[in-house]
Design a binder for this molecule. Sequence first.
Ligand code: NDP
Ligand code: ZN
Length: 351
Amino acid sequence: MANIKAYAATAPDSGMAPFAIDRRELRADDISIDIDYCGVCHSDLHTVENDWGGSKYPVVPGHEIVGRVTAVGPAATRYKEGDLVGVGCMVDSCRICQACESGLEQYCLGGATMTYGSLDRHDGTVTHGGYSERIVVSERFVVRIPEQLDPASAAPLLCAGITTYSPLRHFNVGKGHKVGVLGMGGLGHMGVKFAKALGAEVTIFTRSEAKVSEARKHGADHVIISTDKAQMKAASDSFDFLLDTIPVAHDLNPYLKCLRYDGTHILVGLLTPVEPALQAGLLVTRRRVVAGSLIGGMPETQEVLDFCAEHEIACDIEMLDIHNINEAYARMKKGDVKYRFVIDMKSLKNS
Ligand code: NDP
Ligand code: ZN
């Protein structure tokens, strides 16, 4: 057992502060990773503030982890000391159910073990994430960072990237499709880049006039200000897919009207009840579908990294020292992030 530096929340209103945690000795298929960078996801904030209920304190968030392998367990074969690797939202699963065997560990029938705030399925301890110096994880839940990628801007691909890539691939989004991306934050700006790379015509729906020019810079063909009723009405019956990254309850009905018949509204941002209620008539009269999607499995997480290397896609990041994390959360709440904070873990190691 090693005692290492981390940052944790100890209660929903505690804010984040330095905290020491233990990392286990390596199990047979484990590797130990010295963390260089960790992205800051809105899910970190939801968990810290217990928005979804059930947060287990202390919470050490962080599931966009990039670092170097420093030790390898006796049965681990995939990585060696010095390799640049990543860990995303999961660190374990049952490994034998149909979902796991299909490489869809996020839908493990026994419940995947998440990188933080889950109970380790072997020793029952609570998992701690990447706002820490080091992580110990089974190599099955580790991916390789292609050398063409900048390690810091690759970190957000492990959650924001895979979460937007996976549903676009699942629904076969491509040339000839009109795709709308709702919310231009960490997930949203990656959704635009992927939908464009897959050949779709892409529109950003944002509340913010200030993001219009940047949406175009990320490759969006069009921008709709979602608070402008006339712009929303003009978009009626025109989209094949909407990828909804909005992190709080919001009225889906005006967006559903923007889908053409057989169009699909894919929820990735919302994990709490839909309010106000869905108008079923909007679904029935156009055979519209409301779907959801959770991160992506391990093979697809490697795929998105390789896809980004091949298509020269990078996340837009703002580097952060870990002692500024509370300020970063406050800015995230205001939608003022361009477009992902990434913690430089030197700021923790040197503290
Ligand atoms: P960000 O905070 O980076 O971005 C969210 C964006 O949504 C904002 O930039 C803003 O865009 C828009 N938004 C924020 N508040 C509101 C509001 N009140 N009404 C309308 N729009 C709003 O968050 P992330 O991209 O990191 O995460 C988005 C959501 O996805 C979170 O809830 C997160 O927990 C969830 N998530 C889900 C995953 C999954 O597997 N399904 C995985 C990872 C995250 P704008 O200013 O352009 O309007
Ligand atoms: Zn995330």
